[in-house]
Design a protein around this ligand. Structure first.
Ligand SMILES: Nc1nc2c(ncn2[C@@H]2O[C@H](COP(=O)(O)OP(=O)(O)OP(=O)(O)O)[C@@H](O)[C@H]2O)c(=O)[nH]1
Ligand SMILES: [Mg+2]
Length: 595
């Protein structure tokens, strides 16, 4: 099978083009370094199966960052029949070098001049025919985001593949690149085929940046935007969640309850009060999670995420890190796993490890569910967004404290340079795909971890059969009691300890476990939780949930990304330790103050 590799600088739209060509769902985002791993798909091109490979961005063919190495390693070890060089047409003057480097390797190439829409807006004119002659390769002016020109590119790829002589079996390894010659060639080529406007008009991006990167207002604005984001998630999400809860309550009352007469009590309890309540409770959070991801996607696609890195860079430098570590913390708000993988863009191993130690404290969407639920149960609607914001602040604080404590051992002074992309508006399609991907991921986790977890929790809280369900005489109660000396001082009851133990596997199980422990779902569950926990206990429980080990997937990723079992264990126990200490200090001082 023939293979086409997408090669280009970071943030040029390779993944967007990959998705267009293959109908795939590679992650797209408006900052450099989104893709950190290979992503491949097979498509039918002119009656022939062809493999297309999306790669992390590289600045030149001899890049050395870990993410660039993925690309180089791939190109050196896997023969490709055709390289599809993706160039941001609006920056053709800086990016054409890469096409020339590939040209010098003699591997057949096709050049995609992407972001034609932006180039046109900036008044950049490209003489494609001339460019093709000079590069001796087909070039297509197109827009991966909006789809124009993609069909023409497909035809070009088809012709180019037919023309190349199999087996080309070439790798980029043997080629030596003469930098000066490439520079010279680029200059000449640009002279004849590209017309840049004399002066670029002061763009919208610059105008917005004057505000968002303002030395004084920049940071407060950033935190305001975060607060708005949470408020919107909360304000728009809770009614949706209530609606879903209403539906599931009625389904339970009218469709499932009649089963109680037919089924033995034990089986009914297991199926309805165990599996159904647990899963319905977890599922009722889908709207909030989707909303959160859509809004985060908006922030990411707009290009603001990169600005956050820029704003926080000076602060991060004091912690021995750079702005990218902060972007990864924000990424971790979605899910810690991709954020951990995203640290590959960091070149020094020590700052990578330090960032990986911080990321598990990022308040991910699974934890968000738990907090939205508990906050809704014990705080008033007016207090709620602030309670949530305080947890996000606690999450930052734990991450920064970690960096501060370990920076001496794990810091580096690698220079930080991250190009700020122009602001972009996401299209409706991008938003919808994003939402769908998150739902799919959520359901995948739900079907693996959560159902199994829910079943286990039910068994533990209902066995032995003689014990009253959910009481301290059950196995769950016994385990909880055994751990009571550790958990009592932080205000966590024996039965809730079980929820936390399962939360270790995946935080999504936590709320499901509460549903089973209290034998309720929806509003009824919230009322029971409020009865069992005052706000101090609830907050202590949330602090612990926030800080202790996120989930098994995170641990597995920590292990695979750090390649060190010792580091993984350290990260795990560090999180557990800090969770306990913080909850302890909070709970005891709150009680001491008489709260
Ligand atoms: N205006 C415009 N934006 C585009 C176009 N193609 C992609 N983008 C945007 O460019 C940004 C980068 O897209 P990606 O596909 O993630 O870029 P990439 O080259 O894969 O980036 P890395 O994985 O970081 O190397 C996103 O904000 C896209 O929406 C285009 O044709 N026009
Ligand atoms: Mg990409």
């Amino acid at each position: 099978m023939k293979r086409i590799a997408l090669v280009g600088m970071p943030n040029t739209g390779k993944s967007a083009l990959f998705n267009r060509l293959t109908g795939g769902h590679a992650r797209v985002g408006n900052w450099p370094g989104v893709t950190v791993d290979l992503y491949s798909a097979k498509i039918l091109l002119g009656g022939e199966m062809v493999e297309i490979v999306d790669l992390p961005g590289i600045y030149d063919l001899s890049g050395f960052a870990e993410d660039e190495q993925v690309t180089r390693h791939f190109l050196e070890n896997h023969p490709v029949d055709l390289v599809l060089v993706v160039i941001n047409a609006a920056q053709i003057d800086r990016q054409i070098r890469l096409a020339l480097e590939v040209k010098n390797t003699t591997i057949p190439m096709v050049v995609a001049l992407n972001m034609a829409d932006e180039a046109k807006r900036y008044g950049i004119e490209i003489d494609v025919t001339r460019l093709q002659e000079k590069l001796r390769a087909p070039c297509a002016l197109l827009s991966a985001k909006f789809g124009s020109g993609v069909d023409d590119l497909k035809v070009m790829l088809q012709h180019a593949l037919r023309a190349c002589h199999p087996p080309s079996l070439q790798s980029l390894q043997q080629h030596f690149i003469n930098e000066d010659a490439v520079d010279q060639e680029a200059k000449e080529l640009l002279k004849v085929s590209v017309r840049l406007p004399q002066v670029l008009p002061r763009s919208l991006t610059q105008k917005i940046d004057a505000l968002t990167l303002h030395p004084i207002w920049g940071l407060p604005l950033f935190f305001l935007i975060l607060l708005l984001l949470f408020q919107a998630t909360y304000g728009l999400g809770t009614p949706l969640q209530d609606g879903l809860g209403f539906l599931s309550d009625h389904f339970r009352a009218f469709a499932l309850a009649p089963l109680a007469n037919i089924l033995p009590a034990m089986i009914y309890g297991f199926l309805v009060e165990g599996v159904y309540d647990g899963i319905a409770t977890v599922l009722s959070f889908v709207p909030i999670i989707v909303l959160f991801f859509v809004l985060m996607g908006f922030v990411e696609e707009s290009g603001y995420l990169g600005r956050a890195a820029f704003l926080m860079d000076a602060f991060m430098a004091r912690l021995g890190l750079d702005g990218r570590a902060f972007v990864m913390l924000l990424m971790g708000f979605g899910c810690n796993v991709p954020a951990l993988m995203g640290t590959r863009v960091m070149r020094s191993r020590t700052s990578r490890l330090l960032t990986m130690l911080m990321i598990p404290f990022s308040l991910c969407s699974a934890r968000l569910q738990v907090f939205v639920f508990i906050i809704g149960a014990v705080f008033t609607p007016r207090q709620a967004p602030f309670a949530l914001l305080s947890l996000y602040m606690a999450s930052f604080a734990a991450a920064f404290l970690t960096a501060f404590l370990f920076k001496r051992r794990l810091s580096s002074d690698e220079p930080f340079a991250m190009e700020l992309p122009p602001y972009r508006l996401p299209t409706a399609g991008q938003v919808l795909i994003r939402a769908w991907l998150e739902i799919r991921y959520f359901l995948k986790r739900a079907s693996t971890f959560i159902i199994i977890g829910v079943v286990f929790v039910w068994l533990l809280t209902h066995l032995p059969p003689a014990a009253p369900p959910g009481s301290e005489a059950t196995w769950a109660g016994m385990i909880g009691n055994a751990l009571a000396p550790v958990m009592k001082p932080i205000g966590i009851d024996p039965l809730l300890t079980i929820a936390l133990i399962f939360g270790f596997v995946a935080k999504e199980i936590l709320i499901g476990s509460l549903a089973i422990i209290y034998g309720r779902e929806g509003d009824g569950l919230a009322q029971l939780v409020a009865m069992h926990m005052d706000w101090v206990k609830a907050y202590s429980f949330m602090l612990f949930t926030l800080l202790y080990t996120p989930c098994l997937s995170t641990i597995a990723t920590l292990r695979s990304e750090s390649q060190s079992l010792r580091f993984t264990f350290f990260a795990l126990f560090w999180a557990l330790g800090i969770a306990w200490i913080v909850s302890f200090v909070f709970y005891q001082s709150a009680r001491w103050l008489g709260l």
